[in-house]
Design a protein around this ligand. Sequence first.
Ligand SMILES: [Ca+2]
Ligand SMILES: [Ca+2]
Ligand SMILES: [Ca+2]
Ligand SMILES: [Ca+2]
Length: 749
Amino acid sequence: MRAIGITSVSLILIASAFSAIAFQPFTDKEEIEIIYRFEKPVISNVGTEENPLFSIDIPGLPKTNREGIPKLPVNPGKILLPKGKEVKKIEVEIPKKIFLGRFPAIEKGGKVVPLTPSAQIKFTNDKKENSLVENVGVYVFRGYKILHLNVYPVHYDAETGKTYFFPVVKIRVWLQPSSYEGGYRGLEKDRKIVERIVDNPEILDTYGPVKDSKGRYQYVIITSERFKNYDGEFSFHDLVEHKKSIGTNATIVTVEDILANDSFSVNGEWGDNNPNNPFYQSPLYGSKRIFNDVQARIRNFIRYAYMTWGVDYVLLAGDADAGNQEQNIVPVRYLFADESSLPLSSSYEAMDIPSDLYYACLDGNFNYDGDFHFGEAPKFNSIANVDEADLYAEVWVGRACVDSEEEIQNFVQKVIRYDNLFYDPYFKEILFLGETLGGLFYSKWGGDYKDVLEPYIPEIYHLTKLYDRDSPMHQWNMTYYFYRLNQDPPILINHDGHGSPTSAMRLNCEEILTLTNEKYYFIYSHACLAGAFDNYWPPVHYKKDCVAEYFTVETPHGAIGVIMNSRYGLGSRTSIFSPSGALDESFFKALFIENIREFGRANHFSKEDNIWRINENGIRWVCYETNLLGDPQVALKNPVLSVKLEISIMHPVNGSYLYINDKQFYVPFLKVPAIIGKLTIKAEVNLTPSSILEEVDFFIDDRLIYSTREEPYEAVWLDGSTGYHVIKVIAKTRYNFTASDQVKVFRVY
Ligand SMILES: [Ca+2]
Ligand SMILES: [Ca+2]
Ligand SMILES: [Ca+2]
Ligand SMILES: [Ca+2]
């Protein structure tokens, strides 16, 4: 694996905060204290000698990207709050201030540009002073409250150019009691995830002991009555059976059932107007009706499924065409985000973006101020300076945009076939696609943005770059492209280029239908609107489904899943860093650094990894629009086949036993088992993955007497000549793995 920088922050918890543990429960403490220590910044001139431009970096720390404001390193602190506590106030102490020098010009944050061909832009200047610590807010993951606190260890004075460094920053968080529990389930699987997120996992103990329980269901399919009733080939029932075969208990619930159940209404047990609902965070303002629509009720059901059943994955199994009631099967919630510099005619754009994030993140009601916009940033919340959105996913969500039985077939068939392929050379193949972006961008070449991801890819993979940048006439080779899509597919495609609802990656919807590949790829694309599965790009309602739907459900070929933008993808004018690129990079980090291989979870990780800059221009926008169209549990394949295979003969037992017609007697003087009459040979196979077993063969003295692939693995040996014999069993799997066991016996008659 290529080296990725390791964080330079060392984290020390002050002894006083913990020395009291022995005497009183930690939950009684009023404060937690955290010390961040930083490596000395590296300052380099990225300009010229005549016109110097300085870059200030601290190895391992990301940098801010606010338009027109100097880019400075930031430590995105994630501080777990003790159970039953909330933040009262935050104190910061800086024991030491080091003068680094005077730097007249520092790199500044970038301009955001949409990935549509005809975009115009206009600069706005939104100058803000950076302060030392920025409170992003408290976000809740599965009942664990995480305070996001950005610490800026470098201070830059724009007037004088004087630059200071704070090598140590002490944070003291004062606490007060809180009754908010959120979706706390007390499960070990939840705690293991939190442990990896937060800076202070020691606090986990305050949440009490956890249970190692999988729950009743791990996976739920939400669809219509009609689609549940479809019982032909590759139905959702087949998907449920398939899930069970891989150890995931799954079930189907219909939108009709949800709407008929009052527990999921606004005043019901799980509704937003019920203060006893564990996810209730704030009273309802405005009309209660907007919290009682189909979307809210489906989300209330997901709360129930998550809390009561232990669900981790939700498949939204229905299209959401906004202008077509019949194909608005699992309607989407629109979440509000704004941009400066977007899109076509003005320098500022605000939009309600179709986002399944709403169904994944279950805390709060997503519309604190009760207006017509859900998911507003703190600055748009007219009641309190609080983020309306929850950004940590309690469940991992994917959508199958099906609107017919045929599309169910396509989708389910692909999931089952993909899951049942355990090894193939194509697992090692990755394809990067880079189009010409044009002059509005920092680099006109999409390939330059893709190259940023290359260091994340482990060496075992084989990466192919298909870039306009590197091609004759600056247009990638379409013949080779189609060859790769059809005959020699990669497992992962990552694309930067322009798009619309009906074309992206140099393919229109009709061309996607001509794909013939039998091995499916997963696609991540920055293209604008290619994932507009609501078939709506204001003010136009499209009849045709979007590119992402064509790739995933309109064909039995193409993609196993895609992450595509439901609105504009966001590039950048002034640096290689862009909002769409930030999420893409975090997605790669999930797959290859964090080893989060499941696409649903990796997609949510990419958003959670960027919470610290959620209020930077463009980030909230891309968090909302990057939806997974695909099964949330399906994972990127391991390029190395890992098979565990053992077989053992359980009967007869190798020891001092006499078997008379299968009855076992202990006879101390026997050196090997002795057999009289009929003997049932029983074998046990231990195989992961279990479904690749091809056969179990039973031999007597190398003569095959029986072969089976079904349990129980048993063969009957009726008779044979008096004397010694060798009983042997061999298990064979796909990909030519074998294991054997044998036992020597003496047949009396
Ligand atoms: Ca609102
Ligand atoms: Ca949450
Ligand atoms: Ca659609
Ligand atoms: Ca449709």
